[in-house]
Structure formats: structure tokens, C-alpha cells
Design a protein around this ligand. Sequence first.
Ligand code: ZN
Ligand code: ZN
Length: 182
Amino acid sequence: MIRSLAVTEPLPEFPYHPDPVATGAVVPSPAECGCCGRARGYVYTGPVYAAEDLRGRLCPWCIANGSAAERFEAQFTEVVDDVPLDRLFAITQRTPGFNGWQQEHWMIHCGDGAAFLGSAGAAELLERPEAWASVRQELGDGLQDSWRAEQYLMASSKNGQPTAYLFQCRVCGAHLAYADAP
Ligand SMILES: [Zn+2]
Ligand SMILES: [Zn+2]
């Protein structure tokens, strides 16, 4: 009897990106990782900021343990708010990022990175009033009147444009989001 030697390892845990398969940042793939050289069944599809073009070529394990970031001086997302350095590195160098229309950034709440839940549209945002309020507040600067901001958000969709990125604070549990469009 021939038995397969392939054993699927459980994916590493990412506190800031709890289900990267659900968000599409990590997909099943037979490709070999450009860092550890192993074909481990999954690759990361999100942005890689590094000198070398590594998009679609890193396994989630080399992201989780920091080896990909260290070897290629890579990071996978941006943080624009103040956050302690150890958390900054955990978010930017040991967490799978996500693909946005514009330069994406990680949301911070209660002094730490929030957990990324995926893209969201009007339907998903309306289910979480505090996420709606959060993205609405952020739009306030760009869109002068509130009517236009509401119209913009109502037109947003999970897989279209504009869209929003939904996070949940790991400390207080609040949902937060920001909007994005090409
Ligand atoms: Zn690897
Ligand atoms: Zn919070």
C-alpha cells in the first residue's frame, strides 16, 4: 500500500491576521518558498516590500518566524500610527499583509495593532456600527459633506471599489475600518 508522505502542517498563528486563508493573503500552492526552499503547501500572496521581487514566493512559516523579513530585509505592511517598536516589528515583519488599492496600512487601537479581518463593503460595515463610524470619521477629512461620505460608503463593496478594510482591536474588541479606492 502506498501512503502519501505529505503531511499538511497547521498554519502558524498570526495574532494580527488571525485567518490569512480567509482573507486571501495566504493560498494553497505547490510552489517552493524563496526563503526556506520548501514546498509547504501554502504561499503568501500579499505585498512584500523588499529589494527582491518576492511576491507569491514566501511561505507563511518564514513570515511567522521572521526569517523572510530578516533574510530579505522585507516588510509586509506599513504602520502610520505610533506603536511600541516590538509591536511595530511584529506587525510589519512577522504578519502577512493584505493587498489594497492604495498603499495599505495597519490599523492601531489601544496602543497595539488590531487584527485584520479582511475587506468589507457597506453590508459588512453596517453590521458593525462602530466600524461604520470609524471609517466615516476617517472619510470626514477627504469628503467635505457628510452626505457624500455616506453615499461613498453605501457604494462600497467587499470585492469591488471603493472597499474598506476591517479590523478588530485585540484589546477592547472594537471594530474599526478604513476606506480605499483606486
Ligand atoms: Zn519558507
Ligand atoms: Zn481598542
